[in-house]
Design a protein around this ligand. Structure first.
Ligand SMILES: Nc1ncnc2c1ncn2[C@@H]1O[C@H](COP(=O)(O)OP(=O)(O)OP(=O)(O)O)[C@@H](O)[C@H]1O
Ligand SMILES: [Mg+2]
Length: 379
């Protein structure tokens, strides 16, 4: 279904427009680390990106986080540490830009379970603790309301993409290659359609880790040295997921079964990279009209082999978002800064055409700060 994005859609009372300095926090599905980004926004068309940073997780924390994926194990302990690491990320960003006041924080947290069909989605990250440490208002739990109302709970960045892309030629596709790959299609009349396309980097990362203990196939070195197995890719594309019309979303480890056992390390890396690109190209069949241009954000755009494969398979212009002046590593964190403001304004975070929810939905949960913490420098 395609609906007008109308990002000013109200689900609650209108307040007089004001501008917030909002700081968004995203814990990467690929377990890479925390992105923190500041924007100035009214939660509608006004978006001015500010500073951002990424704090990689130390390997030791990755090893504590990995076992709780799926919602099992010592969750409370891991959540406590994860939240404190987010607080440190905020402090580091603010320390680097002491002139920047922060009005509100959007805490996405770390998805450890995403099963919208069972009405379950779970992001670790303690909004109350973060608000307490920072003394700032924190909005967290962005996905639950959408899932409870029958939506996929994902992707949630599309309304932010739509605001950013207001002045760009349409139809336009914005592709995020993070842990999974998700796409936002924006039409000429501000219609928007968004859904998860397939696996992103997570399966490639897992493959590389399993074989040589490294975190990722940096610069596509291993994929370039290998040869993709056409048979594996063809079998992968037979999954009914690709035919299924949107809305649709994926958990990090969906498609785990396609990990190409029996292939050499480098051929496996090439095959998984080809699969990501093929899934994205397959997503385009659901667009109401072909996108003239694809703008790519997320870590996958740093992989030149992935970008070449996307260009070959999509057959349209495929460029990193930097070419239109955006920061492709900060976009998801910026989106949750934007959504935090939309949440406190009771504006919609999702639409029937982005998550399949029955009506435009607001969401998020506000944890008020004491406003006396060191970071409450506004007012
Ligand atoms: N130079 C590079 N070459 C190849 N791959 C890279 C490079 N830099 C980053 N990546 C990949 O990008 C991944 C991180 O991407 P990103 O930060 O967008 O993912 P994420 O934080 O999990 O995102 P999301 O939560 O949106 O899924 C890394 O795990 C790695 O696989
Ligand atoms: Mg990341």
């Amino acid at each position: 279904m395609v609906a007008s994005s109308n990002i000013s859609t109200e689900t609650g009372p209108q307040h007089s427009p004001r501008l917030w300095r909002a700081l968004g926090l995203m814990s990467g599905t690929s377990l890479d680390g925390i992105d923190a980004a500041i924007i100035e926004t009214d939660g509608q068309q006004h978006v001015v990106p500010g500073p951002a940073l990424t704090i990689p997780y130390p390997e030791a924390f990755r090893e504590r986080l990995r076992p709780v994926l799926g919602g099992v194990g010592p969750i409370a302990e891991v959540e406590d540490e994860l939240t404190r690491r987010h607080a440190d990320a905020v402090k580091q960003l603010v320390a680097r830009h002491p002139e920047t006041r922060i009005d509100i924080v959007g805490l996405h947290g770390h998805t450890i379970l995403h099963r919208p069909a069972e009405r379950r989605t779970w992001q670790l990250g303690d909004g109350a603790l973060l608000a307490n440490i920072l003394g700032l208002d924190v909005v967290a739990d962005f996905r639950s309301a959408d899932v409870a109302a029958g939506g996929e709970g994902a992707p949630l960045a599309p309304l932010f993409h739509t605001a950013l892309a207001a002045a760009l030629p349409k139809p336009l596709a914005i592709l995020n290659i993070g842990g999974v790959a998700n796409v936002t299609w924006i039409g000429e009349e501000t219609e928007v359609l968004a859904f998860d396309a397939g696996p992103g980097n997570a399966l490639i990362d897992d493959w590389v880790r399993r074989h040589i203990g490294a975190a990722a196939d940096f610069d596509g070195t291993f994929a370039r040295a290998g040869c993709a197995s056409a048979a594996h890719v063809a079998r992968f594309l037979e999954s009914p997921f690709f035919e299924r019309p949107p809305p649709k979303s994926l958990d990090r480890d969906d498609f785990r079964e396609i990990i190409p056992d029996g292939l050499s390390f480098q051929d496996g890396a090439a095959t998984l990279t080809e699969m990501t690109a093929a899934a994205v190209a397959a997503a385009a069949r659901h667009f109401p009209a072909p996108a003239q241009e694809w703008l790519v954000c997320g870590g996958g755009r740093h992989n030149p082999v992935m970008m070449d494969l996307l260009r070959r398979r999509i057959g349209a212009s495929v460029r990193p978002v930097e070419e239109v002046g955006w920061d492709g590593d900060a976009l998801e964190a910026q989106a949750f800064a934007y959504l935090a403001v939309r949440s406190v304004r009771a504006l919609s975070l999702s639409l029937p055409s982005t998550t399949g929810v029955v009506r435009p939905m607001s969401g998020g949960r506000l944890f008020p700060g004491s406003h006396q913490g060191a970071l409450r420098v506004n007012g």
